[in-house]
Design a protein around this ligand. Structure first.
Ligand SMILES: [Zn+2]
Length: 70
């Protein structure tokens, strides 16, 4: 089998991971953000729910949680 076939197969899989699975509105700020198939698989493989907040709000909340602990 030619090597190029394998490469294109991997590319196709990677491309699929980047595809939009769903659009959500952030629970906190209302910003529309996307969940890619790759992200959804990542959360599901860990038994986690797909986040309800945009990446910026998630980051903010993580920083706040850190501050509260210290
Ligand atoms: Zn947000």
């Amino acid at each position: 089998m030619p090597k190029t076939n394998l490469t294109s197969e991997i590319d196709a899989r990677k491309h699929q991971d980047d595809a939009v699975r769903e659009r959500r509105n952030c629970k906190d700020c209302g910003t529309c953000f996307i969940i890619t198939i790759g992200e959804a698989n990542w959360y599901e493989s860990r038994g986690l729910k797909i986040p309800a907040r945009c990446p910026a709000c998630r980051k903010k909340r993580r920083a706040m949680a850190r501050n509260e602990k210290s």
